[in-house]
Design a protein around this ligand. Structure first.
Ligand code: MLT
Length: 263
């Protein structure tokens, strides 16, 4: 489905009926990455799953605009307002988690529960910010294929042991993105604030998920978030790296369904 939000096209899937669950994707992927979770939640029969392509990704527009986490938050809340959804469970993986913090800051009362997967509260270090600019320029000069090669190596180092078929699927998701959108989000992530202060304000039930082999947002980040959020539980996904939802969908879905079932 497509709609206009904040003067750009936002593409999204809206499936199932029941408690609204909003899922925000990682960088540099798209809403397609949540397909295994959307299928499991819809099959459970009690959830309405809304997964947008963040601006500049997938089939959404706005690739040329700055893509701060606050902008992603404004776009997502604008979409949810159009859909008449006032309260929802909010889930994000990695960059999706950074955007989830911004949504929580903007409208905490709207968040029924949080799912923070393979993400972290801290902003980028100076080296990290420089790396974002390198990524942005690589996207602009060499296109999505170069970004896919670079990020596949980060997501799937040898110890993650991801099947070739999964790596190809992720490559395709990245390749389907507009390189300008990738560049905009890389620069937007460099601007994101530290969210440690936000953690202390989170009062809703929170599920923290992390792949035990995640090297990008490792277990130590997940543990730090779990101890800073009052009502948090941490579940480690065995034999998974950064894209735990795609690498071990069954274990990820089981943790998600059991958390949601207890709300
Ligand atoms: C992601 O998966 O969204 C990215 O790895 C986030 C990041 O680069 O910080």
């Amino acid at each position: 489905m497509k709609t206009r939000v904040n003067n750009i096209t936002i593409a999204y899937d809206d499936e199932g009926r029941g408690m609204p669950i909003v899922l925000l994707h990682a960088f540099p992927l798209s809403r397609v990455m949540w397909a295994p979770q959307a299928a499991a939640l819809v099959r459970a029969g009690r959830y309405r799953v809304i997964r947008p392509d963040l601006r500049g990704f997938g089939e959404s527009g706005g690739a040329e605009a700055p893509a701060t986490m606050e902008q992603f938050a404004a776009d997502t809340l604008g979409l949810l307002d159009q859909l008449g959804i006032e309260r929802f469970v909010l889930g994000g993986l990695s960059m999706g988690g950074y955007a989830a913090f911004a949504i929580y800051r903007a409208r905490p009362q709207a968040v029924r529960a949080l799912v923070l997967a393979d993400t972290r509260p801290q902003g980028d270090t100076p080296e990290g910010k420089a790396g974002r600019e390198t990524t942005a320029q690589m996207a602009e000069r060499e296109g999505a294929a170069a970004i896919a090669a670079d990020w596949l190596a980060r997501f799937f180092p040898p110890e993650v042991n991801a099947p070739a078929e999964l790596q190809e699927r992720v490559r395709q998701i990245i390749m389907d993105n507009d390189p300008r959108g990738i560049a905009a989000a890389a620069r937007g992530m460099a601007l994101r604030p530290d969210s440690h202060g936000t953690l202390a304000t989170i009062t809703c039930p929170t599920l923290i998920l992390v792949g035990d082999r995640d090297k990008i947002t490792p277990l130590s980040d997940a543990q730090a978030m779990a101890s800073a959020i009052t009502n948090a539980q941490l579940v480690t996904i065995p034999d998974a790296g950064h894209l735990a939802n795609l690498e071990q969908p069954d274990a990820f879905n089981q943790a998600l369904l059991s958390f949601l079932g207890a709300l």
